[in-house]
Design a protein around this ligand. Sequence first.
Ligand SMILES: Cc1ncc(COP(=O)(O)O)c(C=O)c1O
Length: 455
Amino acid sequence: MSATLKDKPGTSDYYGALKSRAAAIEARYRSLTPRSQALFERAGKVFPGGFTRDAILRAPYAPFVVKAQGTTMTDADGRRITDMWFNATSLPLGHAHPKVVAAAQRQVPLGTAYFAPTEHELALAELLKERVPCAQRIRFANSGSEAVMMAIRFARAHRGRSLIVKFEGSYHGSYDDVSWSVSPSPERVGPELAPVPVADTAGLASAEQRVAVLPYNNPEVLREYVARNHDSIATILVEPMANRLGLILPDPAFVRAARELCDRYGIVLIFDEVIAFRVGYHGAQDELGVYPDLVTLGKIIGGGFPVGAVAGKAAILEASNPDHASRVAHAGTFNGNPMVGVAGLATMSELTPEVFGQINGLGAYVRQKLQALCEGLPLQVTGAGSLFKVTATSRTIRNYRDAAQADKKWEQLASLALLNEGFMLTTTLSGCISAVTTHAEVDAFLAAFDSVANA
Ligand SMILES: Cc1ncc(COP(=O)(O)O)c(C=O)c1O
């Protein structure tokens, strides 16, 4: 199994240098954030582990935030933090953008949720239909997880088959049938070309007949598997920018193979663009030139409010019509509520091709500069569009087995050291640029990264 391969000799000395300063880095963090520490202790009495969503977990505790404007968050201790992750990439205009605030403020006194449709959700859906090449019809949900769950339900109903093909290392939210082999431990993953599905959480029913896990970026294995099992496969679910593998775009041959196989065997191709939609004005499908049958959206389309959407071919989504023979039920108290309608529309309207050019240009700049800073170090810089990531491995990342080589402890410590310097990325050193991010902020971040990586 390739996950047992080691990075080149000498890398452990490199990672060890930062790790030897772990206690000092943590002590500094604690000294800067006493109020957050007290709040975290209070939170431990009500939230298991002290937090209520896994993604924000960081050791020893996350800074509690009291307000945010533009790129700057202010924590409970009054520290100013430059945000370089923007609530998991979901705020492309930064925090509290004046146009989004104005739209939300206009709507609040008019009511935030009705048991009736509004023109706001319609306008947002029309905008998305314009932007997303495969979107002939749309249904809103309240999160990316729900959007993925609904897309799978539509695909299963459309084909009358149950099996999902997903790829090792891909995260598609917290729905049971996709919570397999997201970040499996290297001891349990099995052979590289025939991965064993590993549950990402306790409490899942068996993967059998529901989920198959294949290696990302391997068209040969995909072809061989689908040729043998196509009678059972409802959908091939692809992340067209693999977040946990390093925000990498897939090899074109891989996504083209997925498209061809779906056409040949009548399988529904789903692209999960909950993050990847941020990669360009028309999303990842247009960047790749490969168009799915269904796409799942979330994050940026809600203007900072909870949102998800499934869009795609009318022939598939029309199953949610009440008089459809094999009806797909789709309810949701807050689906398409007016807050998400107005804030989403305000945000998406600001995201012109020029703004995408600006944020993607700064994304390319930060990746190029990081690359230069990481020259000769066992650190890998990846990413696409406005997104970037540094992974603590010298191995080129194409799939989960490559990404699993990373020294996670080094990444986590580097992230904490950057937080001490006033920059927030994820604990795995993923970051993104928003329209409010300035060149000066990026240069200050690069200087801080240099001081951590080249100390
Ligand atoms: C590719 C992908 N799909 C689905 C989800 C789930 O979205 P949500 O957190 O809104 O449920 C995420 C969240 O990060 C994601 O990155």
